[in-house]
Design a protein around this ligand. Structure first.
Ligand code: SF4
Ligand code: SF4
Ligand code: SF4
Ligand code: FES
Length: 871
């Protein structure tokens, strides 16, 4: 125990902390400027000076640690004089433009000066003049106001890892500048704006739109973009969100956000926002009343069920919708329609991957705390670049790397390029060969340990090739692979991060099995890189064709009975159709009605033309969504649902953390769960849901894992897996192991291969509807590497023709020197030129999801940009 006395007050501490931290614990105020809770102590501004007995000079309290028996004074005349002097010094060059500056009212310099600064400054010389800089579309800089605390630079380098800005020049000419010049050209996380204590770095999007004291309310809520589930405070004025503010003491993101969470929320105010129901009449969608839209939907569903049976109806849930919406949709499908035909795009990756891994290791194996990544002793990443699709999760990997922990990545991962200690980029689709070699290399160093006899028995059945007979099985040298094995061998409890690309391919089960073996050998923890805010919740709510709420298999009689008793109706024991099976069935005329909630199927499913044909054959297509989109344009009924800030509910993030999504603004549409409940009521089934509390109450009654959960528990941040539920499914003793003895030797086909480019600045339909995100990435593009660029004589800035057999388009070319071989990347930014529209697919027989391998593509130069401009 350490005891320190500050201003006569004795403070007992059980570990050494800085004087500043000790003072704050005891509610003693010390002004600071360069210090910030998200950054390491810096000791640059000297505003936090204090007097310590037996020390001749004043000390910076933010860097000086307490010692037992230390006596500190924070308000002596010497200290106050030093503070006045420091503030007077800082104000020599700081303009007195508080009435104009957006930071006024929440400015640390203004507050400190008011509290302890000099009444007047003695310097009469002219102040430095620097114009406000509007070169960047998102960040506006005003370097006259900069006090050179370096908080922004430290945030950008030490936490964000982007190294995009620095302090240039010396003395009074010093200022903060992006390395790239006027435009920031960075990751646009805005975390530098969060930490800037003055009005030097500000969001251009919010400039002069309000004053801090005009904020009418602040609502704590959760981001709606990805599966990390960052928390922030939505600041409301006049029933609209003017800004979102992360806070260091809030949620798992602890003050950090990414570009999507910070700037993308304006999609909720997009002109495409649906506000009233639409009904198709004579081929056109016409505005109608809620009563007509709901009774038409209910009537047609009833008619189709009676005519063709429940199996002719399907539903698409969404990882963008809340647990409450998803639970109600599955309740509707199982208890009103009587079908297990419910799935979503979460079924393309997250759902089947989790089911496969849980069958091996038991339920909840992928639900691990995010902080465990930075605190592990190794990280292995495959299948997605977390820095692009779940950016704050990516920061954990970067933090691990900064600590000197080995980070091994497999695949093209620009966001982790500088952070991976070993970066393996195998030839297209040769990951199984690479993993086989990593496993066999590791097994030589670490034989199986005998802990899980069943799994180890299964592993031993495989003839894991040593790969010694294959000189170059995956486009990587023996040295590269040996180095990776050595790095892996340093790890004793690493984080294994698995992304989408591992599962959207025909050999997905082979890869997942290999990754399970690797995780087992490494004693690792698995994380699935969730791309939607409620991927996990959707699975937990039973929006899978094979799973009931709580992750209970639909074929289990005893588990089904629990739900049947509660719902008062029978649930079919057979697995329902997956999303792609439903699309196929619609194309073949066997599925007659589809209720789509929150998913824009046309741009997000492969082979847009085929999907469009399938949807056009339906007798009833209902789209319940927040934004008008390409799928809604084909619908017979469009039901406008409340968007993310307009309704109460919850999301479950990739850790299994249930978080309260609060209503922040009023909306003209109806809550998603309420729309479904109303349709059910017209058909004759009243769920009795009046508010989300009723839905949660039913869920906690029927779902064994959600027992006793309340919104209050979520609010306290305590709703963490495994909650307080009943015993869970253990590893399945009879899971079918894929045959990996027949691994094909990868061969370079020599032709360009199409992959999806994972975009930091975009996130499907909601990203497209954000003016801020669209500003950062307004157009689609095609990315190729040096090899393909040379082979096809294509340069950066050229316009290339792309043809995949089902779709052709013209796209601007970007050269990415890190792209290997014949890889071609297109993002899914624009619906009509999105990567999925070019993609052909096959049904993966194990997961019933679309396998996207085999997408060879033609690419040729059409013209150079210069020719285009002159034409
Ligand atoms: S927005 Fe983010 S990446 Fe860009 S300069 Fe600021 S901290 Fe760095
Ligand atoms: S821009 Fe802001 S955070 Fe950066 S050094 Fe200047 S005052 Fe500090
Ligand atoms: S990391 Fe994900 S949850 Fe966090 S702010 Fe970004 S998009 Fe939102
Ligand atoms: S806050 Fe301590 S030196 Fe700046």
């Amino acid at each position: 125990m350490i005891t320190v006395t500050i201003n006569g007050k004795k403070i007992a501490l059980n570990k050494p902390v800085t004087i500043l931290e000790a003072a704050r614990k005891a509610d003693i105020y010390i002004p600071t400027l360069c210090n910030h809770p998200m950054l390491e102590p810096f000791g640059g501004c000297r505003l936090c000076l204090v007097e310590i007995e037996k020390m001749p000079k004043l000390q910076a309290s933010c860097t000086q640690y307490v010692t037992d028996g230390m006596t500190v004074w924070t308000e002596t005349e010497k200290v106050l004089e030093a503070r006045r002097a420091m503030l007077e010094f800082l104000l020599i060059n700081h303009p007195l433009d508080c009435p104009y500056c957006d930071k006024a009212g929440e400015c640390d310099l203004q507050d400190s000066t008011m509290q302890c600064g000099p009444a007047i400054g003695r310097f009469k010389e002219g102040k430095r003049k620097l114009p406000e800089c509007y070169d960047d579309p998102i960040i506006v800089t005003n370097m006259e106001r900069c006090i050179l605390c370096s908080r922004c630079v430290r945030m950008c380098s030490d936490v964000q890892g982007a190294h995009a800005i620095t302090i240039t020049n010396r003395g009074s000419k010093s200022c903060v500048e992006p390395f790239s010049g006027g435009r920031f050209d960075c990751e646009y996380c805005g975390n530098c704006i969060t930490v800037c204590p003055v009005g030097s770095l500000m969001s251009r999007l919010h400039k002069h739109t309000y004053r801090p004291w005009y904020i009418e309310k602040e609502i704590e809520t959760v981001c709606s973009f990805c599966g990390v589930g960052c928390s922030f405070v939505a600041q409301i004025r006049g029933d609209s969100i003017v800004r979102v503010e992360p806070r260091p003491d809030l949620g798992l993101n602890k003050g950090l956000l990414c570009v999507k969470g910070r700037f993308g929320f304006d999609y909720t105010a997009s002109p495409s926002r649906l506000k009233s129901p639409l009904l198709q009449k004579n081929g056109d969608l016409k505005q109608t009343t809620w009563a007509e839209a709901l009774s038409h939907t209910a009537g047609k569903l009833k008619e189709i069920k009676e005519k063709y049976g429940p199996a002719a109806i399907g539903a698409v849930a969404s990882g963008l919708c809340t647990n409450e919406d998803n639970y109600t949709l599955q309740r509707f499908m199982r208890s009103v329609v009587g079908s297990n035909n419910i799935d979503s795009t979460t079924g393309f990756f997250y759902g089947p991957a989790q089911r496969f891994l849980e069958d091996i290791f038991g339920q909840g194996v992928t639900l691990n705390p995010m902080q465990g990544i930075a605190n592990s002793d190794g990280v292995f990443v495959i299948g997605a670049d977390p820095s692009a699709v779940a950016p704050v999760l990516g920061l954990q990997v970067r933090a691990a790397s900064r600590k000197g922990i080995p980070v091994v990545t497999v695949g093209h991962m620009p966001g982790l390029k500088r952070f991976a200690t070993c970066s393996l980029v195998p030839d297209a689709f040769s990951e199984p060969a690479l993993l086989n070699r990593l496993i066999s290399g590791l097994m030589k160093k670490r034989p199986v340990c005998g802990e899980n006899e069943f799994f180890e028995g299964a592993i031993k059945k495989f003839m894991l090739s040593t790969g010694d007979d294959i000189a170059d099985p995956c486009g990587l040298s023996n040295n590269d692979i040996e180095r990776a094995v050595n790095e892996l061998d340093l790890m004793t409890n690493p984080a294994v991060l698995i992304g989408r690309q591992v599962v959207q391919r025909s050999d997905a089960s082979v890869l997942l099995l290999q990754l399970s073996v690797l995780t087992y050998l490494l004693n690792g923890r698995i994380y699935l890189i969730s791309e939607l805010p409620n991927d996990q919740g959707l699975v937990d709510m039973g929006c899978r064709p094979d799973m009931l709420p709580g992750g209970r298999p639909v074929f289990s009689d005893s588990m089904r009975k629990r739900y049947e008793d509660s719902y008062g109706s029978e649930i079919p024991s057979a697995q329902g159709m997956s999303l792609m099976e439903m699309i196929q069935a619609a194309h073949e005329g066997n599925l007659k009605a589809l209720y789509v909630m929150g998913e824009n199927l046309l741009p997000d499913l492969p082979d847009t033309g085929y999907v469009k044909e399938a949807l056009s054959k339906l007798e009833l297509l209902v789209v319940q969504d927040t934004l008008m989109n390409e799928t809604a344009e084909l619908a017979h009924v469009v039901l406008p649902a409340c968007s993310w800030p307009e309704a109460e509910g919850s999301y479950t993030n990739f850790e299994g953390r249930m978080q309260h999504v609060r209503k922040a603004v009023h909306g003209e549409a109806m809550e998603g769960w309420k729309i479904i409940s109303e349709v059910a009521k017209i058909i004759g089934s009243d769920f009795g849901f009046l508010t989300v509390v009723d839905i949660l109450a039913e869920l906690t009654k029927v779902s064994p894992i959600h027992k006793g959960i309340t919104y209050a528990e979520m609010d306290g941040g305590k709703c963490l897996w495994p909650y307080n539920g009943e015993p869970l499914r253990d590893s399945a003793k009879d899971f079918a192991l894929p045959d990996i003895t027949l691994l094909k030797r990868a061969k370079d086909c020599g032709r360009p291969y199409l992959f999806a480019d994972q975009q930091l600045f975009h996130s499907g339909t909601i990203g497209r509807n954000s003016s801020a995100l669209s500003m950062l990435m307004p157009a689609s593009y095609v990315k190729v590497g040096n090899a393909l660029s040379e082979k096809k004589s294509i340069q950066a800035g050229d316009v290339a023709g792309i043809a995949s057999g089902i779709k052709s388009a013209e796209l601007d070319v970007i050269i990415d020197p890190d792209l290997k071989g014949m890889m071609v990347l297109i993002p899914n930014i624009l619906a009509d030129k999105g990567v999925m529209s070019f993609m052909k697919w096959n049904m993966n027989p194990d997961f019933k999801n679309p396998a996207l391998d085999g997408n060879e593509i033609e690419i040729s130069k059409l013209r150079s940009k210069a020719e285009e401009v002159s034409a």
